[in-house]
Write a protein that binds this ligand. Structure first.
Ligand SMILES: O=C(O)CCC(=O)C(=O)O
Ligand SMILES: [Fe+2]
Length: 204
């Protein structure tokens, strides 16, 4: 059985390449980067085999649970890489010519899960690096806005099953991103963000 058959584009089996040509950075999306079959398989395997945990953070003097589950692999504090994650990483690295050493997995259980506006934390080496974002499962909107320039329209990018979005290294400096909640009755989405970083102080 194939999951997530709302995306007719999958029938063509072609990678769709979109360069958003953003000022101050680069942002490139490849849809159907993973085949339908591989995407379905990775979705199931990651959903079942990942030790998902819910983190909490302090907001306005309250400790609130994050509205999503996460897992963190690589480096001295992360979990041990699994073969599936190494395979996904290798496929992503082969097209962008980068070597990632960590991956953060996000599990959005349904439309109530989300991530607030943010840009990803500066790694300990004090330099931003590109971040590769892979999606399996339900399509969710990935919103992008420039931090200071109001003349640049906000982007609403639907990240589909099997897609791969590459954020350039200056993206976190100039832009913020956000995955909003939705009232639609939807299933789960798994997102993987491959990163280059020596030590992580805080996830996201
Ligand atoms: O789920 C996504 O597409 C984005 C996740 C994210 O922004 C993060 O992990 O920092
Ligand atoms: Fe992020």
């Amino acid at each position: 059985m194939l999951l997530f058959d709302d995306n007719e584009l999958f029938d063509e089996g072609k990678v769709r390449y979109i360069d958003y040509a953003l000022p101050d950075t680069s942002l490139v999306l490849r849809e159907q980067f993973f085949s339908r079959q591989d995407s379905d398989r990775y979705y199931r395997l990651l959903k079942e085999n990942t030790p998902w945990r819910q983190h909490s953070r302090k907001m306005y003097d309250k400790i609130l649970p994050d509205p999503r589950l996460i897992a963190y692999y690589g480096g001295d504090k992360g979990l041990e890489w699994t073969q599936d994650l190494l395979d996904i990483k290798a496929k992503v690295e082969a097209v962008c010519g980068l070597n990632f050493n960590r991956v953060l997995l996000n599990y959005y259980r349904d439309g109530n899960d989300s991530v607030a506006w943010h840009s990803d934390t500066l790694p300990a080496d004090g330099m931003h690096h590109p971040i590769a974002s892979v999606t399996f499962g339900e399509t969710r909107l990935f919103k992008v806005r420039h931090k200071t320039r109001k003349d640049i329209p906000q982007l609403d990018i639907p990240l589909t099953h099997g897609s791969f979005l590459l954020m350039g290294e200056s993206m976190q400096e100039h832009y913020e991103h956000h995955v909003p909640k939705t009232n639609r009755k939807i299933g789960a989405r798994i997102n993987l963000t491959f990163r280059i970083s020596d030590t992580i102080k805080q996830v996201y």
